[in-house]
Structure formats: C-alpha cells, structure tokens
Design a protein around this ligand. Structure first.
Ligand code: MLT
Length: 319
C-alpha cells in the first residue's frame, strides 16, 4: 500500500511542478547581483533580467546584495525558496574561487544551485588611473615594484574576480601594493576615474567604455587575442607578461531543487537571447565573449563551475 501512496505522491508533485512551469513566471522574479550597482556583475545581471522580462513576460528585478566578495548575495540565493522567484548572477569568483578563499563557506557552488546558463565571458583588463606614470605594462610593473605599498590596488572583496585576478597579477609581477576593498568594481571604477585609487584588474564589460573615453588607461588585456571593442589595448603576451592569462564569466543560477521545468524555461530564454541581435550587439559592445551553443545551458555550466573550482584552488593557494 505504501508503494502506491508514494507513487501517487510523486505523480502529484510532478503535476504541481509541471503546472508551476506552465504558469511560470506567475509573479515578479528577483535577480540577486551579489555586488554593488554599476559593476560587471550588475551590468550582466541587468542584461539578463531584461532578457528574461522580454522572453518570459514578467517583471525580473535586480537586487544588489554586496559584501564578502559576492558570497553574501550568493548565499542569500542558495537559501531562497526554490520556486523560480529568486535567481543569482554568479561568476568566476562566487562560483569558482570562493571555496578556496572562504573556509566554512556556507554554500557549495556545485551543489547549492541549479545552473541555468552562462551569460557572458568577460576578459580581464589591467587598468590604471589616467595619470599613472607609466607608458606601457613593463614600465607599469617597474613602478609597482619600486613603490610597493604606496600604490593602491582596488578590488571587490576576497573571492571577487578583481581580487582573485589581482592577487594572481601581484604574485606574477612581484608587486606588493596596498589592497583597497570596495563593494564592487563599479564604485572602484568611480575612484579610479577620480584618481583616488591607482589600478585594478577588472572585467572588460565594466571598463571598456571608460578606456575608449580616455578617463582611465589600460595596459593590457589578459587573453590570447585583442578584444574587438578595445583594438588598441595589447594582450599581456604582446606586452611582456604572457603568463598573466585571466578571463572571468558571469552566469545565472537558481536555488537547488527549483522545478526542472522552470530551470529549463529560463535556460531556453537565455539561449534564445544570446542569438538575438539586440543582446549580441549589447554584449559585444561591452567586450563580452558570447558563449557558443556548446557552452550554454545548465549541464555545461555545471561542468564549468566544477572545473573553475579545481582550477582556482591551487592558483589561490600558491599566490
Ligand atoms: C562587480 O560586479 O563588482 C565585480 O564582479 C566584482 C568582482 O568580482 O571583481
């Protein structure tokens, strides 16, 4: 008899999930961006919210929840009700480097979420205040090494992309700057433009417009090839620091055990949007890499998260 009841209960649950998915989203959805407004996660998060709103026809509202290198907001999402009304825009820091940096991290990037899909790859650029006294990357590193803690390096908290790539950059160059923490690289960029901080390693989507506008300077981009949105910025290889290769990514996650039909409809909407001209133009203008079909969807993101945790753990321990 027990077996029959169990089967009936499972069938009922499946019917409820399927019904939920058919009406999803029936009410406003919150997209948690675990950093301050104006930074790369926020830019990517707002593009994603707009995509879902256009494709799924419901209010998708960004909520900025900063702190602890993005792990505060990510934990909030991991603990949210798994009904599709809360998503999080995670990235290489919160869902890759964080486990190596936070002992006792209260979520597991690979187990506490249902992955929806990769939104954008974001190459890392070495940027400085426009008056920094160096004309190229070699000269920049010489000044960093000569002036040590007199130089201020901005980042968005232990576990953030700007922190993990910044620590890697400092380890490779022997620089020992003073680290200045912000609730996101949006506010950090404001200080860079105001000459209040000297440099940072940040995601291209945040800094491309300011580099193009000449309000900050870029010494190199940490990818194999130059980015079409910044044709005059040399690669680190061209600039004499080939070992500094770093590209981040922003991706969407739902809390674990969100009905799979809901996750599927979010993945499908994201996949469709990454092929539409409006979204592609916007992401490319910001210097993003748009993921190919093989890198999209939940399973590919799940593999990426596991690979990134495995990649960054030894890098951070060594640095
Ligand atoms: C941001 O959105 O502020 C960045 O993603 C922070 C970081 O990870 O460096």
């Amino acid at each position: 008899m027990k077996g029959k009841w169990a089967a009936a209960a499972l069938l009922a649950l499946a019917a409820v999930n399927a019904a939920q998915a058919q009406t999803y989203p029936s009410r406003q959805v919150t997209v948690i961006v675990p950093f301050a407004a104006g930074g790369p996660a926020d830019i990517s998060g707002r593009i994603a919210a707009d995509i879902f709103q256009r494709h799924l026809g419901q209010q998708f509202v960004v909520e900025n929840v900063g702190g602890a290198g993005g792990t505060t907001g990510s934990l909030r999402a991991a603990r949210a009700t798994a009904d599709g009304t809360t998503l999080v825009m995670g990235h290489m820091g919160t869902h890759g480097a964080a486990p190596a940096l936070f002992k006792g991290l209260k979520y597991d990037p690979a187990k506490s979420f249902d992955p929806i899909g990769l939104a954008a790859g974001t190459p890392i650029v070495i940027v400085a205040k426009k008056g920094f006294p160096a004309q190229d990357l070699k000269g920049f590193v010489e000044v960093l090494k000569a002036r040590g803690p007199a130089i201020n390096q901005a980042h968005a908290g232990v576990g953030s992309v700007s922190h993990s790539t910044g620590v890697l950059f400092d380890a490779l160059t022997g620089a020992k700057p003073t680290l200045v923490v912000y609730r996101g690289t949006g506010p950090a960029l404001n200080d860079l433009m105001a000459d209040q901080v000297d440099f940072m390693t940040d995601q291209i989507v945040n800094v491309a417009p300011q580099i193009a506008g000449g309000t900050i300077k870029a010494y190199a981009i940490a990818t194999d090839a130059r980015d079409a949105s910044l044709p005059n910025v040399p690669t680190t290889k061209e600039a004499g620091l080939p070992e500094f290769q770093a590209s981040a990514w922003n991706a969407l996650f739902a809390p674990k055990d969100t009905p799979k039909e809901i996750v599927a409809s979010l993945s499908a909407a994201l996949d469709k949007a990454l092929d539409d001209d409006v979204t592609r133009k916007r992401l490319l203008e910001l210097g993003s890499d748009i993921p190919g079909k093989e890198r999209r969807g939940g399973p590919a993101l799940n593999t990426l998260v596991k690979n990134e945790i495995a990649k960054w753990t030894p890098v951070i321990k060594a640095a």
